[in-house]
Design a binder for this molecule. Sequence first.
Ligand SMILES: Cc1ncc(COP(=O)(O)O)c(C=O)c1O
Length: 387
Amino acid sequence: MAQPVPEFHALSDRASALPGSPIRALLSGHRSGPVLDLGGGWPDPALFPSDELAAVAEEVVVRGADHSLQYAPTEGLEPLRVFVAERLRRRGCTVSSDQVLLSHGSQQALYTAAALLTSRTQPVALEQPGYPGAEQAFALAEAPVVALPVTTDGWELDALRGRRFGALYVIPNHQNPTGRTASQEQCCELVRFAEQCGALVIEDDAYGDLAFDAEPARPLCAGLPTRGILLGTFSKTLCPGLRIGWMVAPRELVEPLVRLLQASSLQAGTLAQHLAYGLLQRLDWEAHLGRLRQAYARRARALEQACRTIGYDARAPGGGFFLWLDARGDATALVRRAAALGVLGVPERAFRHPGCPGPDRHLRLAFSRFDDSDQARERLRRGLCSR
Ligand SMILES: Cc1ncc(COP(=O)(O)O)c(C=O)c1O
Protein backbone atom coordinates (compact mmCIF):
# COMPACT_ATOMS: atom_id res chain seq x y z
CA MET A 1 0.00 0.00 0.00
CA ALA A 2 1.27 3.47 -0.85
CA GLN A 3 2.66 5.37 2.12
CA PRO A 4 0.95 8.68 2.90
CA VAL A 5 3.00 11.63 1.70
CA PRO A 6 4.35 13.42 4.79
CA GLU A 7 3.17 16.95 5.29
CA PHE A 8 6.06 19.38 5.66
CA HIS A 9 6.16 22.14 8.20
CA ALA A 10 6.60 25.62 6.88
CA LEU A 11 10.29 26.58 6.85
CA SER A 12 11.50 29.10 9.40
CA ASP A 13 11.56 32.72 8.22
CA ARG A 14 15.34 32.50 8.43
CA ALA A 15 15.63 29.46 6.16
CA SER A 16 13.08 30.77 3.67
CA ALA A 17 14.91 34.08 3.31
CA LEU A 18 18.39 32.54 3.00
CA PRO A 19 19.86 33.13 -0.48
CA GLY A 20 21.83 30.36 -2.18
CA SER A 21 25.34 31.05 -3.43
CA PRO A 22 24.90 33.02 -6.67
CA ILE A 23 28.29 31.80 -7.84
CA ARG A 24 27.58 28.11 -7.35
CA ALA A 25 24.23 28.63 -9.09
CA LEU A 26 25.83 30.43 -12.05
CA LEU A 27 28.60 27.92 -12.50
CA SER A 28 26.66 24.72 -11.92
CA GLY A 29 25.88 22.95 -15.17
CA HIS A 30 28.88 24.52 -16.91
CA ARG A 31 31.64 22.62 -15.15
CA SER A 32 31.50 19.44 -17.20
CA GLY A 33 33.51 19.04 -20.40
CA PRO A 34 36.56 21.08 -21.32
CA VAL A 35 36.16 24.48 -19.68
CA LEU A 36 38.49 27.27 -18.66
CA ASP A 37 37.24 27.64 -15.11
CA LEU A 38 38.05 31.11 -13.79
CA GLY A 39 34.86 31.11 -11.75
CA GLY A 40 35.45 29.62 -8.32
CA GLY A 41 38.15 30.92 -5.98
CA TRP A 42 39.69 27.49 -5.64
CA PRO A 43 43.38 26.95 -4.86
CA ASP A 44 45.48 25.00 -7.34
CA PRO A 45 45.58 21.33 -6.26
CA ALA A 46 49.12 21.09 -7.67
CA LEU A 47 50.12 23.31 -4.74
CA PHE A 48 48.51 21.17 -2.05
CA PRO A 49 51.12 19.57 0.21
CA SER A 50 49.71 16.13 -0.63
CA ASP A 51 52.85 14.03 -0.07
CA GLU A 52 53.48 15.60 3.30
CA LEU A 53 49.82 15.13 4.20
CA ALA A 54 49.97 11.43 3.33
CA ALA A 55 52.96 10.97 5.65
CA VAL A 56 51.34 12.97 8.43
CA ALA A 57 48.07 11.06 8.07
CA GLU A 58 49.83 7.77 8.67
CA GLU A 59 51.42 9.11 11.85
CA VAL A 60 48.31 10.87 13.12
CA VAL A 61 45.88 8.04 12.47
CA VAL A 62 48.02 5.04 13.29
CA ARG A 63 50.03 6.33 16.23
CA GLY A 64 47.87 9.15 17.55
CA ALA A 65 44.39 7.67 17.15
CA ASP A 66 43.49 8.01 20.84
CA HIS A 67 43.63 11.77 20.43
CA SER A 68 43.14 12.46 16.75
CA LEU A 69 39.95 10.41 16.44
CA GLN A 70 38.42 11.59 19.71
CA TYR A 71 36.27 14.59 20.68
CA ALA A 72 38.34 17.61 21.64
CA PRO A 73 37.89 21.04 23.28
CA THR A 74 35.65 23.51 21.44
CA GLU A 75 38.41 26.13 21.39
CA GLY A 76 40.64 23.91 19.24
CA LEU A 77 43.98 22.14 19.44
CA GLU A 78 46.27 24.22 21.66
CA PRO A 79 49.49 24.04 19.58
CA LEU A 80 47.54 25.09 16.49
CA ARG A 81 46.10 28.08 18.37
CA VAL A 82 49.63 28.94 19.49
CA PHE A 83 50.81 28.79 15.87
CA VAL A 84 48.06 31.16 14.69
CA ALA A 85 48.73 33.62 17.52
CA GLU A 86 52.47 33.57 16.87
CA ARG A 87 51.99 34.27 13.14
CA LEU A 88 49.70 37.20 13.92
CA ARG A 89 52.15 38.66 16.44
CA ARG A 90 54.71 38.77 13.64
CA ARG A 91 52.24 40.88 11.66
CA GLY A 92 51.85 43.39 14.49
CA CYS A 93 48.87 42.03 16.49
CA THR A 94 48.97 41.74 20.27
CA VAL A 95 47.33 38.35 20.55
CA SER A 96 47.66 35.31 22.77
CA SER A 97 46.55 31.79 21.98
CA ASP A 98 43.57 31.90 24.37
CA GLN A 99 42.00 34.48 22.05
CA VAL A 100 42.20 32.11 19.07
CA LEU A 101 39.24 29.80 18.38
CA LEU A 102 39.45 27.20 15.63
CA SER A 103 36.45 26.59 13.38
CA HIS A 104 35.16 24.48 10.52
CA GLY A 105 36.65 26.72 7.82
CA SER A 106 36.59 30.47 8.24
CA GLN A 107 33.03 30.42 6.89
CA GLN A 108 31.88 28.96 10.21
CA ALA A 109 33.90 31.59 12.05
CA LEU A 110 32.20 34.23 9.91
CA TYR A 111 28.71 32.98 10.69
CA THR A 112 29.61 32.65 14.38
CA ALA A 113 30.84 36.26 14.53
CA ALA A 114 27.75 37.39 12.61
CA ALA A 115 25.47 35.56 15.07
CA LEU A 116 27.34 37.12 17.99
CA LEU A 117 27.10 40.72 16.85
CA THR A 118 24.15 41.19 14.52
CA SER A 119 20.41 40.47 14.47
CA ARG A 120 17.19 41.99 13.10
CA THR A 121 17.85 45.15 15.11
CA GLN A 122 21.65 45.21 14.73
CA PRO A 123 22.55 45.87 11.07
CA VAL A 124 25.75 45.01 9.33
CA ALA A 125 27.69 47.22 6.93
CA LEU A 126 28.71 44.86 4.11
CA GLU A 127 31.28 45.62 1.45
CA GLN A 128 29.75 46.14 -2.01
CA PRO A 129 30.82 44.48 -4.17
CA GLY A 130 31.53 41.86 -1.53
CA TYR A 131 32.06 38.22 -0.66
CA PRO A 132 28.77 36.30 -1.20
CA GLY A 133 29.55 33.93 1.69
CA ALA A 134 29.30 36.93 4.03
CA GLU A 135 25.97 37.82 2.49
CA GLN A 136 24.72 34.33 3.41
CA ALA A 137 26.20 34.39 6.91
CA PHE A 138 24.57 37.71 7.77
CA ALA A 139 21.29 36.63 6.15
CA LEU A 140 21.26 33.63 8.48
CA ALA A 141 21.83 36.02 11.39
CA GLU A 142 18.86 38.01 9.98
CA ALA A 143 20.89 41.22 9.99
CA PRO A 144 19.69 44.15 7.84
CA VAL A 145 22.39 45.02 5.32
CA VAL A 146 23.75 48.51 4.65
CA ALA A 147 26.09 48.90 1.68
CA LEU A 148 29.71 49.76 2.41
CA PRO A 149 31.07 50.69 -1.04
CA VAL A 150 34.56 49.43 -1.85
CA THR A 151 36.93 51.93 -3.49
CA THR A 152 40.32 51.49 -5.14
CA ASP A 153 42.13 52.06 -1.84
CA GLY A 154 39.56 51.32 0.85
CA TRP A 155 35.94 52.21 1.56
CA GLU A 156 33.49 55.04 1.03
CA LEU A 157 32.38 55.70 4.59
CA ASP A 158 30.48 58.96 4.17
CA ALA A 159 27.06 57.42 3.49
CA LEU A 160 27.36 55.45 6.73
CA ARG A 161 28.10 58.31 9.08
CA GLY A 162 25.53 58.92 11.81
CA ARG A 163 24.18 55.36 11.70
CA ARG A 164 24.67 52.57 14.22
CA PHE A 165 25.76 49.03 13.37
CA GLY A 166 26.18 45.71 15.10
CA ALA A 167 29.20 45.02 12.88
CA LEU A 168 31.24 46.24 9.95
CA TYR A 169 32.47 43.36 7.77
CA VAL A 170 35.58 44.09 5.70
CA ILE A 171 38.34 42.39 3.70
CA PRO A 172 41.20 44.90 3.74
CA ASN A 173 43.72 42.68 1.93
CA HIS A 174 43.30 41.26 -1.60
CA GLN A 175 39.56 41.61 -1.38
CA ASN A 176 37.16 39.06 -2.76
CA PRO A 177 36.02 39.95 -5.44
CA THR A 178 37.97 43.08 -6.47
CA GLY A 179 41.49 42.08 -5.39
CA ARG A 180 42.07 45.55 -3.96
CA THR A 181 44.13 46.14 -0.82
CA ALA A 182 43.14 49.00 1.45
CA SER A 183 45.77 51.66 2.23
CA GLN A 184 47.03 52.16 5.79
CA GLU A 185 45.28 55.56 5.88
CA GLN A 186 41.97 53.97 4.91
CA CYS A 187 42.41 51.24 7.53
CA CYS A 188 43.01 53.93 10.20
CA GLU A 189 39.94 55.80 8.95
CA LEU A 190 37.82 52.65 9.26
CA VAL A 191 39.15 52.03 12.78
CA ARG A 192 38.17 55.60 13.76
CA PHE A 193 34.76 55.17 12.18
CA ALA A 194 34.14 51.90 14.07
CA GLU A 195 35.05 53.61 17.33
CA GLN A 196 32.75 56.55 16.60
CA CYS A 197 29.72 54.45 15.68
CA GLY A 198 30.27 51.87 18.42
CA ALA A 199 30.46 48.92 16.00
CA LEU A 200 32.75 45.95 16.09
CA VAL A 201 34.76 45.14 12.99
CA ILE A 202 34.82 41.64 11.53
CA GLU A 203 37.99 41.53 9.44
CA ASP A 204 38.23 38.67 6.96
CA ASP A 205 41.88 37.91 6.26
CA ALA A 206 41.37 34.85 4.04
CA TYR A 207 44.06 36.02 1.57
CA GLY A 208 46.29 38.01 3.95
CA ASP A 209 49.24 35.60 3.68
CA LEU A 210 49.17 35.69 -0.11
CA ALA A 211 50.73 39.11 -0.76
CA PHE A 212 52.92 38.75 -3.86
CA ASP A 213 55.63 41.34 -3.54
CA ALA A 214 55.38 42.60 0.02
CA GLU A 215 55.26 41.29 3.55
CA PRO A 216 51.68 40.40 4.62
CA ALA A 217 50.09 43.64 5.83
CA ARG A 218 49.41 44.43 9.47
CA PRO A 219 45.78 43.42 10.06
CA LEU A 220 43.39 46.29 10.65
CA CYS A 221 42.31 44.57 13.89
CA ALA A 222 45.79 45.20 15.31
CA GLY A 223 44.53 48.75 15.85
CA LEU A 224 41.28 47.53 17.43
CA PRO A 225 42.29 45.18 20.25
CA THR A 226 38.90 45.43 21.99
CA ARG A 227 36.63 45.96 18.99
CA GLY A 228 37.81 43.62 16.25
CA ILE A 229 37.32 39.96 15.34
CA LEU A 230 39.88 38.69 12.85
CA LEU A 231 39.05 35.69 10.67
CA GLY A 232 41.61 33.47 8.96
CA THR A 233 41.90 30.12 7.22
CA PHE A 234 44.26 27.40 6.07
CA SER A 235 42.03 26.85 3.01
CA LYS A 236 44.15 29.00 0.72
CA THR A 237 47.55 28.05 2.13
CA LEU A 238 47.18 24.32 2.94
CA CYS A 239 43.97 22.98 1.39
CA PRO A 240 40.28 23.75 1.77
CA GLY A 241 39.34 20.09 2.25
CA LEU A 242 40.74 20.21 5.78
CA ARG A 243 38.13 22.87 6.67
CA ILE A 244 40.28 24.57 9.31
CA GLY A 245 39.77 28.26 9.93
CA TRP A 246 39.91 30.50 12.97
CA MET A 247 38.77 33.67 14.64
CA VAL A 248 40.73 35.87 16.98
CA ALA A 249 38.58 37.84 19.38
CA PRO A 250 38.90 40.22 22.33
CA ARG A 251 39.03 38.21 25.58
CA GLU A 252 35.53 39.15 26.77
CA LEU A 253 34.00 37.75 23.57
CA VAL A 254 35.72 34.37 23.71
CA GLU A 255 33.22 32.69 26.04
CA PRO A 256 30.07 33.71 24.10
CA LEU A 257 31.78 32.68 20.87
CA VAL A 258 32.62 29.29 22.36
CA ARG A 259 28.95 28.79 23.24
CA LEU A 260 27.91 29.62 19.68
CA LEU A 261 30.50 27.19 18.28
CA GLN A 262 29.24 24.49 20.62
CA ALA A 263 25.69 25.05 19.45
CA SER A 264 26.59 24.71 15.77
CA SER A 265 29.32 22.05 15.72
CA LEU A 266 30.70 21.31 19.23
CA GLN A 267 34.21 21.80 17.76
CA ALA A 268 36.16 21.78 14.50
CA GLY A 269 37.11 18.25 13.36
CA THR A 270 39.76 16.77 15.62
CA LEU A 271 41.37 14.73 12.86
CA ALA A 272 41.64 17.71 10.52
CA GLN A 273 43.22 19.80 13.28
CA HIS A 274 45.82 17.11 13.98
CA LEU A 275 46.54 16.79 10.27
CA ALA A 276 46.94 20.55 9.91
CA TYR A 277 49.24 20.75 12.91
CA GLY A 278 51.28 17.76 11.71
CA LEU A 279 51.67 19.47 8.33
CA LEU A 280 52.82 22.71 9.91
CA GLN A 281 55.48 20.83 11.85
CA ARG A 282 56.70 19.10 8.74
CA LEU A 283 56.67 22.04 6.31
CA ASP A 284 59.06 24.96 6.30
CA TRP A 285 56.14 27.41 6.53
CA GLU A 286 57.93 30.46 5.16
CA ALA A 287 59.33 28.47 2.23
CA HIS A 288 55.89 26.96 1.58
CA LEU A 289 54.21 30.41 1.59
CA GLY A 290 57.01 31.69 -0.65
CA ARG A 291 56.24 28.99 -3.23
CA LEU A 292 52.52 29.77 -3.14
CA ARG A 293 53.10 33.50 -3.51
CA GLN A 294 55.41 32.98 -6.44
CA ALA A 295 53.07 30.57 -8.19
CA TYR A 296 49.97 32.74 -7.72
CA ALA A 297 51.83 35.92 -8.69
CA ARG A 298 52.95 34.21 -11.90
CA ARG A 299 49.38 33.17 -12.69
CA ALA A 300 48.03 36.65 -11.94
CA ARG A 301 50.53 38.19 -14.38
CA ALA A 302 49.80 35.53 -17.00
CA LEU A 303 46.06 36.15 -16.87
CA GLU A 304 46.63 39.91 -16.90
CA GLN A 305 48.76 39.52 -20.02
CA ALA A 306 46.29 37.15 -21.69
CA CYS A 307 43.45 39.64 -21.11
CA ARG A 308 45.54 42.56 -22.36
CA THR A 309 46.43 40.69 -25.52
CA ILE A 310 42.74 40.47 -26.37
CA GLY A 311 42.10 44.15 -25.70
CA TYR A 312 41.06 44.36 -22.04
CA ASP A 313 42.66 46.82 -19.66
CA ALA A 314 43.49 44.16 -17.05
CA ARG A 315 45.47 44.83 -13.88
CA ALA A 316 46.81 42.02 -11.74
CA PRO A 317 46.24 42.59 -8.00
CA GLY A 318 48.98 42.58 -5.36
CA GLY A 319 47.88 39.25 -3.90
CA GLY A 320 45.08 36.74 -3.42
CA PHE A 321 43.24 34.87 -6.17
CA PHE A 322 41.20 37.41 -8.14
CA LEU A 323 41.53 39.72 -11.10
CA TRP A 324 38.73 42.29 -11.40
CA LEU A 325 38.26 42.85 -15.09
CA ASP A 326 36.43 45.84 -16.55
CA ALA A 327 34.05 44.28 -19.08
CA ARG A 328 33.15 47.72 -20.49
CA GLY A 329 29.47 46.79 -20.61
CA ASP A 330 26.95 44.29 -19.35
CA ALA A 331 29.04 41.81 -17.34
CA THR A 332 26.24 39.29 -16.81
CA ALA A 333 25.58 39.07 -20.55
CA LEU A 334 29.29 38.59 -21.22
CA VAL A 335 29.52 35.85 -18.57
CA ARG A 336 26.58 34.01 -20.15
CA ARG A 337 28.10 34.16 -23.64
CA ALA A 338 31.53 33.14 -22.33
CA ALA A 339 30.07 30.21 -20.34
CA ALA A 340 28.39 28.89 -23.48
CA LEU A 341 31.87 28.90 -25.07
CA GLY A 342 33.49 27.16 -22.11
CA VAL A 343 34.96 30.09 -20.14
CA LEU A 344 33.68 30.57 -16.60
CA GLY A 345 33.84 33.85 -14.69
CA VAL A 346 31.51 35.68 -12.30
CA PRO A 347 29.79 39.02 -13.01
CA GLU A 348 29.85 41.95 -10.60
CA ARG A 349 26.11 41.57 -9.98
CA ALA A 350 26.72 38.29 -8.10
CA PHE A 351 28.68 40.27 -5.49
CA ARG A 352 25.97 42.81 -4.74
CA HIS A 353 23.26 42.64 -2.10
CA PRO A 354 19.84 42.56 -3.84
CA GLY A 355 18.76 45.65 -1.90
CA CYS A 356 21.93 47.59 -2.80
CA PRO A 357 21.98 47.86 -6.57
CA GLY A 358 25.08 49.12 -8.34
CA PRO A 359 26.90 48.73 -11.63
CA ASP A 360 27.38 45.36 -13.29
CA ARG A 361 30.41 46.00 -15.49
CA HIS A 362 33.18 43.91 -13.97
CA LEU A 363 34.04 40.24 -14.06
CA ARG A 364 35.79 38.40 -11.28
CA LEU A 365 38.30 36.03 -12.84
CA ALA A 366 40.10 33.65 -10.49
CA PHE A 367 43.65 33.17 -11.74
CA SER A 368 44.50 30.64 -9.03
CA ARG A 369 44.23 27.70 -11.47
CA PHE A 370 45.04 29.51 -14.74
CA ASP A 371 47.61 27.36 -16.55
CA ASP A 372 48.68 29.88 -19.22
CA SER A 373 48.77 27.33 -22.05
CA ASP A 374 48.14 28.28 -25.71
CA GLN A 375 44.86 26.44 -25.43
CA ALA A 376 43.79 28.39 -22.32
CA ARG A 377 44.67 31.73 -23.94
CA GLU A 378 42.80 30.81 -27.11
CA ARG A 379 39.75 29.71 -25.14
CA LEU A 380 39.87 32.97 -23.19
CA ARG A 381 39.99 34.94 -26.44
CA ARG A 382 36.99 33.12 -27.85
CA GLY A 383 35.01 33.43 -24.59
CA LEU A 384 35.70 37.09 -23.83
CA CYS A 385 35.69 38.43 -27.37
CA SER A 386 32.29 36.95 -28.23
CA ARG A 387 30.03 39.89 -29.01
C1 LIG B 1 36.84 36.22 1.62
C2 LIG B 1 36.59 34.81 2.01
N1 LIG B 1 36.28 34.53 3.28
C3 LIG B 1 36.04 33.29 3.68
C4 LIG B 1 36.09 32.23 2.81
C5 LIG B 1 35.78 30.86 3.31
O1 LIG B 1 36.89 30.07 3.40
P1 LIG B 1 36.96 28.73 4.23
O2 LIG B 1 35.63 28.51 4.87
O3 LIG B 1 37.33 27.67 3.28
O4 LIG B 1 38.01 28.97 5.28
C6 LIG B 1 36.41 32.46 1.46
C7 LIG B 1 36.44 31.36 0.50
O5 LIG B 1 36.54 31.50 -0.69
C8 LIG B 1 36.67 33.79 1.06
O6 LIG B 1 36.97 34.11 -0.21
